[in-house]
Design a protein around this ligand. Structure first.
Ligand code: ACM
Ligand code: ZN
Length: 751
């Protein structure tokens, strides 16, 4: 410590220069710019006490920049000082400092993990300044805000090789994420060798065929898939590889739902006889583990092997999307509910998770599960992974349970990140880079003490629509950069543009590593804004706005197309095509937006109940933005309401004549989306007294296949209120029976 002070006191001149930010992702907590610079030496001397393993990693990454020598006589050193931990330190075990001065690079940390994080920062500095062969003198003091900074990978819907999984882990390491959540079992495949139950991989690791294309198309490829799984030896290799990079691997074994692959191998663990087959389509399936003694013995034996392979503190036991259909009709399940005085099947889900938790705790580990493990009461020591929104995390934290935040609308990287028309087929949803970057993992509802229970943040990559590793790369980059900075705690959503410029610089690194990534941030994005004539379409791009060109006649934008200057009035039904040009070259994909306007377009609208967070896209205005919902873009153009009715009131601004009201609703029973039960149209001139002018029932809605056009006769009113009734509880015989149905609605128009 003393030596450090002597050497550096001269250099602490407190000189700051306010150039553009260093190109570091995640950006550190504190950067101080100093005088002078570290000129790349021919030989970098590595001090004797550098942590070995982490330094080997550094040498591999920096080879080509210079030669290395293990101590000896030279001017330029890489040095390391292990700090003593003090009980009242504000700093966590991932804390580090990195000081660059003309003759030395000095890293200090409490742990090898801290050292490894400093090494990542150093590598990024070498990336940025490599061409100039000198790095400005500076001092970085850094540590993450959150201890759980995770990425998940689903290897069940599509399988990725050990090599690919290792590359994935490398990406996490490069951007200072520290948790890899490995989703190893699901309906479509069991991917981990369990010695005691060989049929899990013999039978459960392959399927007859796979769904292809959009879910609504219901098409299959006819090609057998698998057997694909990881042997225990391979898993040990991956765990070691991750450990070397200070990344914890959290395995997930799904229960009680998402169990079809396991049940195909061991049908005796289900409520009914079977036989079962690993699923060939995506979705949620009714056949789940039956909570019999035999099942618990099986799961405990599986978990024994899992816990031997994975040293993580947490074991993920799934817990999501478990339909109660079979349990309702199963004598054993009903008996168990009675004997244990459980309220219902949700109580049985809680009983299931409690038992598994007890077992995992008895082995000195903890469970974490998707937020449905809150159903019927949370197990005493369980942590919650909040995905259906943020409420699971809030409820957990308020009851002093740890939570990891991974709400779909910000953290699901299987969603589209640009206009779906310009992107490979994806699950749905719309989660562009700026949306991820805007996420704050601490819900506003929590006080400071409760906030301590938020362990951190994670993004999930479900792979139904992700066929190969190139596409994995495409879906995670550049969104992983945003996640990284959110988890580190240095994201500043109001400075998104600055972040975006670092992202664009970082693309060079991905290019050099031959890593695929989405270029959607170059795309022109559009936003409908209300104006006095109805609505206008505002175009923007992350780059120079003068580079946007557009057409209104359906042709592709070219260099001689109209230059965008002001929002384009949407006055009739039209298609706006736009693209971004730089140096006379087309740089982006062409964005195309079709409009279908009506008397409601751009008008003020209010909803009595808000849509579910994951399907709330542009809020109520989505329903009058002149963009009609496309079945293939669930999260983008539709609003989704689970168990709730839609009650929308549109203010037409003045008394307006109309004779037809229209709206759309969807049906996709496999995803629990049901058509509306009924609809009512009301009118008013004072927004107080409403008169019912028309009502339609289920039959009319079904006959119209969800595209509802209601003739209301000649009307004149200032306000239209549309009430669309949710199907309610999903009836028996359907996927998700007994759960609340989803109602998806878009574009309420009047002609
Ligand atoms: C999930 O997305 N079913 C956790
Ligand atoms: Zn049963």
């Amino acid at each position: 410590m003393l030596r450090f002070l002597l050497i550096f006191s001269l250099l602490f001149s407190g000189l700051f220069y306010s150039q553009s930010k260093l190109n570091l992702i995640p950006f550190p907590q504190k950067v101080e710019y100093l005088k002078g610079e570290f000129v790349f030496p021919e030989v970098l001397i590595l001090d004797e006490n550098l942590p070995k393993q982490e330094t080997e990693y550094l040498k591999k990454k920096l080879k080509g920049n210079f030669k290395f020598q293990n101590s000896g006589k030279s001017e330029s050193h890489l040095m390391y000082i292990l700090l003593q931990e003090s009980a009242n330190s504000e700093q966590n075990k991932e804390f580090y400092t990195l000081e660059i001065s003309p003759k030395q690079i000095l890293i200090k940390s409490y742990t090898k993990q801290g050292y490894f994080l400093a090494v990542q920062t150093l590598i990024q500095l070498f990336e940025e300044f490599g061409n100039n062969k000198k790095i400005p003198s500076l001092k970085i003091e850094d540590q993450p805000k959150f201890s759980w900074r995770g990425m998940h990978l689903d290897v069940c819907r599509h399988f990725f090789t050990v090599d690919e999984v290792k590359q994935y882990i490398d990406y996490l390491a490069m951007y200072k994420l520290n948790t890899f959540h490995w989703h190893l079992t699901d309906d479509q495949g069991w991917r981990i060798e369990i010695k005691k139950y060989p049929k899990l991989t013999q039978i459960g690791s392959k399927r007859k065929e796979s769904m292809i294309g959009a879910y609504v198309d219901n098409k299959f490829d006819g090609k057998p898939y698998g057997p694909y799984f990881y042997t225990q030896e391979q898993i040990k290799g991956v765990v070691k590889y991750a450990q070397d990079r200070h990344i914890t691997v959290v395995p997930e074994i799904e229960m009680p739902g998402h169990a079809l692959a396991a049940l195909s191998a061991y049908p005796e663990l289900a409520c009914t006889k079977g036989p079962f087959e690993p699923a060939t389509k995506w979705g949620v399936f009714d056949d789940v583990f039956c909570p019999k003694e035999e099942t618990f013995t099986f799961l405990e034996n599986v978990l024994d092997e899992v816990m031997t392979l994975f040293p993580s503190q947490y074991i993920h036991i799934g817990g999501d999307e478990c339909p109660k259909t079979r349990w309702k009709e199963c004598a054993h399940c009903q008996d168990l509910i009675r004997k244990n005085n459980l309220k219902d099947e949700h109580g049985l889900q809680s009983y299931f998770i409690h038992r598994i938790e007890k077992y995992v705790n008895s082995k000195g580990r903890k469970i974490i599960g998707w937020d449905e493990i809150l159903e019927g009461g949370l197990a005493p020591n369980a942590a919650v992974m909040s995905w259906t929104g943020v409420n699971g995390g809030i409820e957990a934290a308020k009851s002093k349970h740890f939570a990891v935040m991974t709400p779909g609308s910000y953290c699901y990287f299987d969603h589209y990140q640009g206009d779906p028309a310009t992107e490979p087929n994806a699950f749905g949803g719309f989660t562009p880079l700026d949306k991820v970057y805007s996420y704050n993992p601490i819900p506003g509802e929590l006080n400071e003490e409760q906030a301590q229970y938020i362990l951190g943040v994670q993004a999930n990559l479900w792979t139904e629509y992700i066929l190969d590793f190139k596409q994995v790369q495409y879906m995670i980059f550049p969104r992983l950069f945003a996640l990284s900075e959110v988890g580190w705690g240095t994201s500043e959503p109001k400075n998104y543009k600055e972040f975006e410029s670092r992202v664009i610089n970082e693309f060079k690194v991905l290019d050099r590593l031959n890593v695929n990534y989405a270029k959607s941030i170059y795309n022109v994005s559009g936003k409908v804004i209300p104006d006095k004539n109805g609505a206008s379409y505002e175009l923007s791009t992350s780059q120079n706005p003068d580079g946007i060109r557009y057409t209104l006649d359906g042709t592709e934008p070219a260099m001689n197309s109209q230059i965008y200057q002001n929002p384009i009035p949407v006055s009739k039904s039209m298609t706006i095509k736009s693209a971004y040009f730089e140096n006379r070259q087309l740089k982006s994909a062409v964005s195309s937006q079709q409009f279908t306007t009506s008397k409601t377009t751009g008008k003020s609208i209010s909803l009595e109940q808000q849509p579910s967070e994951n399907y709330s896209f542009g809020g109520a205005f989505t329903l009058v933005d002149g963009i009609v919902g496309n079945v293939k873009q669930l999260g983008k153009t539709w609003l989704g309401f689970q168990g709730k009715d839609v009650v929308a009131t549109i203010d037409l601004g003045e008394k307006t004549k109309f004779s037809e009201v229209y709206f759309n609703t969807l049906e996709n029973k496999g995803s629990w989306i049901h058509l509306a039960k009924s609809a009512q149209i009301f009118i008013s001139d004072d927004n107080k007294n409403f008169k019912l002018i028309k009502e339609i029932g289920k039959e009319e809605i079904q006959n119209a296949k969800g595209k509802i056009k209601i003739n209301v006769g000649n009307q004149s009113a200032k306000y239209i209120k549309v009430k669309i009734e949710n199907a309610g509880i999903i009836p028996a015989g359907n996927p998700g029976a007994d759960s609340k149905a989803w109602l998806f609605v878009d574009e309420i128009g009047a002609l």
